[in-house]
Design a protein around this ligand. Structure first.
Ligand code: TMP
Length: 208
């Protein structure tokens, strides 16, 4: 999908994906703890970032938002995120874990009506991660989990949209773009699989 790869950096770039309530943030925090305890330098980050780019669109142009404007906004936010934060940390040998990345644009903006090829093209220059994990869960379960947590983007938390988003994620898994973990199980079981993926990939490509 993208032409530049994080594999040429000293560090290791991991992405966690899934619908809201799939447990990405919990998994990221547990992974960070584990990797820190093993002596790795780590950094947790997320998209959309809290940069002004997304805030301006939400604050000033919210009523005009559509999947095209969102795809462009998130793609710009992403390229700046990579340049200012992710790539410099990878070059210093960090393991960077991003809670969402361009797979979210492919899944959400395509599910909302933008053409998939165009969303992919827009994100062509975003650094390719070393490992991208998709946490699969049914929208009904995910929404129940999210009840207690306030959301930055409640507009994306509609069951019909989440069903479409999930099927696009599953399609990306079939195409080999993401590896899948069954996230409908309890936290410890899900985490065990996530950790196994990460540790096996890191050991096959030692980072400095
Ligand atoms: P979160 O901050 O709770 O993860 O919510 C982010 C929301 O933004 C989530 O519903 C998915 C959506 N999103 C997109 O639609 N496209 C994107 O490219 C990204 C990164 C997120």
């Amino acid at each position: 999908m993208s032409t530049t790869s994080a594999a040429s950096s000293k560090g290791f770039f991991i992405v966690l994906e899934g619908i809201d309530g799939s447990g990405k943030t919990t998994m990221a925090k547990k992974l960070i703890e584990k990797l820190n305890s093993m002596g790795y330098k780590t950094m947790y980050t997320f998209e959309p970032t809290d940069s002004e780019i997304v805030e301006v669109i939400k604050a000033k142009y919210n009523e005009y938002r559509d999947p095209y404007i969102d795809a462009l906004t998130f793609a710009l936010d992403r390229l700046i995120h990579v340049k200012t934060r992710i790539k410099p940390l990878l070059d210093k040998g960090f393991i960077v874990i991003s809670d969402r990345y361009f797979y979210s644009s492919v899944a959400y903006q395509t599910a909302s009506g933008a053409p998939m090829d165009w969303v992919i093209e827009l994100n062509k220059w975003a650094l390719k991660p070393d490992l991208a994990i998709y946490l699969d869960v049914e929208p009904e379960i995910a929404l129940k989990r999210k009840v207690a947590v306030s959301s930055r983007f409640p507009e994306f938390e509609r069951i019909e949209l989440m069903e479409k988003v999930r099927s696009i994620y599953l399609d990306m898994v079939k195409r080999g773009l993401l590896v899948m973990v069954d996230a409908s199980r309890n936290i410890d079981e899900v985490y065990r699989d996530v950790e196994n993926f990460v540790l096996s990939r890191i050991s096959s490509r030692p980072i400095s």
